[in-house]
Design a protein around this ligand. Sequence first.
Ligand SMILES: NC(=O)c1ccc[n+]([C@@H]2O[C@H](COP(=O)([O-])OP(=O)(O)OC[C@H]3O[C@@H](n4cnc5c(N)ncnc54)[C@H](OP(=O)(O)O)[C@@H]3O)[C@@H](O)[C@H]2O)c1
Length: 251
Amino acid sequence: MGHLDGKIALVTGASAGIGEQTARTLADAGAQVICAARRLPRLEKLAAELGDAAIAVELDVTDEESVAKLLDRLPLDWRDIDILVNNAGHDIGGRRQFHEGTAAQWAATIETNVIGLMRVTRTVLDSMVERNTGHIVNIGSVAGIQAYKACAAYAASKHAVHGLSETLRFDYGATGIKISEVLPGMVETEFAATRFGDEKRGEEYYRDFGVCLMPEDIARSVRFVLEQPSDVVIAQIVVVPTRRKPDSSIV
Ligand SMILES: NC(=O)c1ccc[n+]([C@@H]2O[C@H](COP(=O)([O-])OP(=O)(O)OC[C@H]3O[C@@H](n4cnc5c(N)ncnc54)[C@H](OP(=O)(O)O)[C@@H]3O)[C@@H](O)[C@H]2O)c1
């Protein structure tokens, strides 16, 4: 148990990668974690592993009704969410020049990473405002503060997450609600396989990149952000891998 004892945390995109590890880390810190995503069997497996500390709930952040009915679908004593980790996201069809992608692909990226995040935030905010307490942690990306090649729609989505996080901190800065953003560099997850629609290509992508972060590196940062004293808000944490192989003898 830890500093998050008794807090109720909603983690979106908890069926894989960063979200799954964040759910584990927050449960370890004492939180009761609502694990949300579209792939319910995976969430149920995770919740079973975490025992009383977690429940699984099917959620598609792109589906207005799925989000609108989210709170009603939770057990009564899990509805006052204290912590929201907005993590669900993807870059389907990404890493190619803008004209090579389709409008449907970039719209799906924006719909999930931006509109979906805003939808879920809107849904949990009323209760946070009413109770004058809460902490929202948005998982942005280094792509939200710098540009790189062949990444237009994803960078646009993460720049939007960055702008939204900054603005919400102004909106709620004088209240008990904190807004933080964690901006990872390259993390080895299912993200690349989803991006290319090809598992093998996803693995090759991480291998070619060299040293990557692991999901636990980001989960640890989320926990750090959440465990600050009540008068401290971490606005942003940018987490990037070193360029040194973990087994390298060079110090
Ligand atoms: N990996 C990286 O290098 C990296 C770097 C910077 C930022 N990020 C950000 O980190 C976040 C997590 O990515 P990851 O690397 O952990 O990728 P991942 O392993 O592919 O996990 C993505 C998660 O998002 C969920 N998701 C996707 N669309 C959803 C939807 N419509 N509704 C609900 N959940 C949805 C997926 O669950 P279901 O498919 O079950 O719904 C899955 O749990 C994303 O926001 C990503 O942009 C990743």
